[in-house]
Design a protein around this ligand. Structure first.
Ligand code: 9MR
Length: 598
């Protein structure tokens, strides 16, 4: 008996792996939900305690077992301590595990929102980045691409299409660099700018003087000041009136030279201004000596310009009427140019920059028409909206740079002055989508409104864009559930994920440190700074193992684990304006919103 029992006792006594506690490393709002997700092999519920800074137990309870979660590869349980509302600094303890301290505090998200907005200042092209606005000397740098007067790509591209070039140059100085590269893309500038402008429309966040910007104190909202940097640039990207050039019309095979047709391209927008060849890392923007070229106009870029220029026109109408009028005129011209050239798909064979190619433009037409309608109340724009297939479909996913119809929906549902049948129609579609997202949480182990096994490039941006949709729905209804589900998106990016990672630099106990960026690159050159606080990583991606770091994990990582804090991991760990923008939106909205009160 003794002999049999001994090994059994040994086995039972072998220490089980302690549970891994994952929670928002920044902390929780006193009146917000508070949940940790626990990865553990334990078969039964675990007792937990929340202890305060003095070691006193402030809350206790038992976890709720959830089970195996395919997106993380974890077996998970949930500890819910939402009942803890007293501000303080706490730790969560259970079964021999304890996490780093987190806060319960009102105003928790104000610094995050401010940092996330400052990312856009730091990405500005054409102006020096000053220590006093950038958070310190280490982030200061001379102006990059200080005077950018560019010519058009001319000659054969790598797939043999021979482009005519153009007989003009354009001064396209300014705007924001897209990401870790120095391209400035109209598609992607559009959704990013829209997101900041929409945050202004919905919340009036960042009044004058509240952000760290050269323009703070000028009497205009700091959010509008930052947004105008990009809108000024996008307006410059418009093709001069009367320009005839040859462009690819219609869907064409992408593996050979495109057939070009002569068209009137006046009023269209160049797709991008970017380096002719990829530059190596690191590469502070002011040291970039690569040739910069304007790439051919596309219908998608043209509609991005139309949408945000129209949106800007209504927001600056009383603040700067001349600018608003110029913006609206540009939007009208762009929309007309897109109607004249509805099928010029972006050419993507060029080297040196990202493609942002998109074969579906119904959503861009819908979005641009929606913004023009919201600004002008004119029937022809309204008719384009209501005749669009994007008006009657049932949205099931979040907006993205290639799928922008929902941006129009948010505008039509929330902006003043929209005719009631249209506004009501779009409110219903928006809240149905928010309900769907909120409901998806129950299908996920980490309790996020994002139930999928396919994490795309920039999944953190996708998840936060769901947060933005939930926020717009909360603004309309005041439903506490929408705010709670938005907070779930912040909880995820700030550490409630299987790899215990805060994907945001400067926030949380394990923050982002080594994004794919040409200036924030200390792992390549110790003299260069790390990412400034508020910079968001693209996040887990199990759908495109494009870089060398990612390739090593192909077929080996659960979706939420396909990520590394490595500068070489550009498919996982790049930063981008379209991902940081919804972080600003969600953090600023949650900072303002009361649980059941829009
Ligand atoms: O965000 C873009 C993603 O959806 C695409 O799959 C990917 C590959 O084409 O490109 C991403 O955008 C990159 C852009 O092309 C260039 N600047 C950096 C962007 C973020 O990685």
């Amino acid at each position: 008996m003794k002999a049999l029992l001994a090994p059994f006792v040994l086995l039972a006594a072998a220490p089980a792996a302690p549970p891994a506690i994952h929670l928002n490393q920044l902390g929780f709002l006193p009146d917000g939900p508070k949940r940790a997700v626990i990865a553990t092999d334990a078969a039964t519920a675990l007792d937990w305690q929340v202890v305060d800074a003095a070691g006193k137990v402030a809350a206790r309870g038992r976890t709720e077992p959830v089970g195996d979660d395919a997106a993380s590869g974890d077996k998970v349980q949930v500890a819910d301590f939402s009942g803890l509302t007293t501000p303080g600094e706490y730790r969560l303890r259970m079964a021999g595990a304890e996490n780093k301290p987190f806060a319960v505090r009102a105003g928790l998200y104000a610094p995050l929102a401010k940092g996330a907005l400052n990312f856009f200042y730091q990405q500005r092209a054409g102006v020096p980045i000053e220590a006093r606005f950038a958070g310190g000397e280490r982030w200061a740098r001379p102006a990059g691409h200080k005077r950018e007067v560019a010519a058009c790509f001319k000659g054969a591209d790598p797939r043999g299409t021979v482009w005519p070039g153009c007989d003009y140059t354009i001064d396209v100085t300014g705007g924001w660099y897209d990401a870790g590269d120095h391209g400035k893309y109209v598609v992607n500038g559009g959704i990013s700018l829209w997101t900041l402008l929409n945050l202004y429309e919905v919340t009036r966040a960042f009044p004058d003087g509240s952000a760290a910007l050269p323009e703070a104190g000028n009497g205009v909202s700091d959010l509008l000041d930052e947004a105008r940097v990009e809108l000024d640039f996008l307006l410059r990207m418009q093709v001069p009136e009367g320009t005839r050039t040859s462009l690819p019309v219609g869907q064409q095979p992408r593996d050979r030279a495109l057939t070009l047709t002569a068209v009137d391209a006046g009023g269209m927008a160049h797709h991008k201004i970017a380096d002719a060849n990829w530059t190596k890392l690191p590469m502070p923007p002011h040291e970039d000596r690569e040739t910069r070229l304007l790439y051919p106009p596309s219908t998608a870029a043209t509609l991005n310009l139309a949408a945000v220029a129209a949106q800007g026109a209504r927001l600056w109408r009383t603040i700067d009427p001349a600018f608003a009028a110029r913006s609206l005129a540009a939007a009208r011209r762009a929309f007309a140019a897109a109607q004249r050239n509805p099928e010029v798909y972006a050419a993507t064979a060029f080297t040196g920059s990202g493609g942002y190619g998109d074969a579906q433009l119904a959503d861009e037409f819908f979005w641009a028409a929606a913004e023009l309608y919201a600004t002008t109340a004119e029937a022809p724009y309204r008719d384009v909206v209501t005749a669009s297939p994007r008006y009657t479909d049932t949205p099931v996913s979040e907006p993205s740079w290639s799928d922008v119809g929902l941006l129009g929906t948010v505008t039509l549902a929330t902006a003043p002055g929209i005719a009631e049948p249209v506004a009501a129609h779009e409110r219903a579609r928006l809240t149905a989508l928010a309900d769907r997202f909120a409901g998806e949480r129950a299908q996920t182990g980490y309790r996020i409104p994002y139930a999928t096994m396919r994490y795309p490039w920039g999944s953190n941006g996708a998840i936060l864009n769901r947060g933005m949709i939930l926020g717009a729905a909360h603004k309309l209804s005041g439903k506490a559930e929408y705010r709670a589900a938005m907070i779930d998106t912040l909880d995820y990016v700030l550490g409630r994920n299987p790899i215990d990672q805060s994907y945001v630099a400067g926030f949380g106990s394990r923050p982002l440190a080594n994004p794919h960026h040409r200036f924030w690159a200390p792992s390549l050159d110790k003299r260069l700074p790390g990412p400034p606080p508020g910079t968001l990583s693209g996040g887990a991606n199990n759908t495109a193992f494009a870089d060398e770091v990612a390739k090593r994990s192909q077929g080996k990582c659960a979706p939420q684990r396909c990520w590394a804090d490595d500068i070489g991991a550009y498919a996982w760990n790049e930063v981008a304006i379209n991902w940081n923008a919804p972080l600003v939106w969600v953090a600023a909205y949650v900072d303002q919103a009361k649980p059941a009160n829009p």
